[in-house]
Design a protein around this ligand. Structure first.
Ligand code: SAM
Length: 332
């Protein structure tokens, strides 16, 4: 399949933004427009609910929502299924003392998903270093009604993990230091090689065009070095207990190999980070990491992959690091 053909096999995914409305409300609107529960790939008025992601609907690929009140009011968010996985795996609690860092936020699909999972409670610090993308992020968060998010136009790598957020967000520092379960989402710039033709995904991917093979390999190596740096930085935060790292790349260089290098980094050893167990990482999703790319092939079970053309999603990768002692500490 070429990109366009594969795109035609991917339903139009619509995530109901539960910050703004309920699944029932959106279903009601769709039904009133003549949509019926049936295969969304074969019928233009068919819709179904996703098996893995709560509040995610599947519609015909040709469905558009520009100027649609559901979309302009922020009640729905157009987000590929695979890109809903990271927030689900991070699974931050919906509680007033829940603290989450989204290190690489714009345009903000995963940020708003996290905010929804937190029931718009607690605090979500959303970093984005690029100025233009930061303004997109702010617009999108306002539209989605995510009032528990503090967007920060700064480079995550410049945040001192020990001073926690002191330098950039004065008001919250001490609180952050004392909270037991901060969560971190890392969805850094990647090659975007998993992205199948669709404009809303292009924006999310933060990609450039690059044609020559050597240039591409060189670029992947540079991206992988940067991605590893981001994970290692996140691991330095003393209170971080759970880190989800994801890409929309299909290359092992940016996925399994980055994870493997992170596991062997001194921050991981010092911080006792290991991969979360398979049962905590979308256990019902069948496609897992590539065992041959890992030091311990059994680690592949902890990793999630999506393949465009095979999974009715874009190409995607999700991993989750947890502290070895996090569970016992969390017990009352
Ligand atoms: N998570 C986003 C979403 O779901 O909508 C997509 C994130 S996109 C793949 C990566 C973003 O990270 C880009 O907007 C890029 O500007 C930003 N970024 C890259 N390095 C960063 C850094 N060191 N600190 C903060 N933001 C960074």
């Amino acid at each position: 399949h070429n990109g366009d053909e594969r795109a035609a096999l991917i339903p139009r995914y619509v995530r109901v933004n539960t910050v703004r409305g309920t699944l029932e409300e959106v279903l009601e609107v769709l039904r009133s427009r003549g949509y019926v529960l049936s295969d969304p790939l074969s019928s233009k008025k068919g819709f179904s609910q996703d098996k893995h992601v709560p509040n995610l609907l599947l519609l015909h690929p040709s469905t558009t929502f520009q100027d649609d009140p559901l979309y302009t009011s922020g009640k729905i968010i157009l987000q590929d299924k695979a890109s809903c996985f990271p927030a689900l795996v991070l699974a931050p609690p919906a509680a007033d003392d829940s603290v989450v860092i989204d290190a690489t936020s714009a345009p903000g699909n995963k940020t708003s998903h996290l905010s929804a999972l937190m029931n718009n409670q607690g605090k979500l610090y959303a970093f984005e270093r690029d100025r233009k993308r930061f303004s997109t992020l702010k617009m999108m968060l306002a539209k989605a009604g995510c009032s528990n998010v503090s967007p920060i136009n700064d480079d995550f790598l410049t945040v001192d993990p020990n001073a926690e957020q002191k330098a950039v967000i004065p008001a919250v520092t001490d609180k952050l230091m004392r909270l037991p379960f901060p969560f971190s989402l890392l969805d850094p710039s990647c090659s975007g090689s998993g992205i199948v033709n669709r404009l809303d995904h292009l924006l999310e991917a933060d990609t450039e065009d690059n044609t020559s093979k050597e240039k591409e390999d060189d670029r992947l190596d540079k991206l992988a070095a940067f991605q590893l740096m981001m994970i290692r930085h996140a691991m330095k935060f003393p209170n971080v207990k759970k880190i989800v790292y994801s890409t929309c790349s299909i290359h092992a260089t940016e996925n399994e190999r980055v994870v493997q290098n992170a596991l062997q980094a001194e921050e991981a050893t010092a911080g006792k980070f290991e991969l979360a167990r398979r049962e905590d990482v979308l256990p019902t999703w069948p496609r897992r990491g590539y065992p041959e790319e890992l030091l311990h092939s059994e680690d592949a079970a902890s990793l999630v992959r999506c393949l465009p053309g095979e999974d009715a999603t874009n190409g995607f990768f999700v991993s989750c690091f947890v502290r070895a002692d996090a569970e016992s500490e969390g017990d009352p």
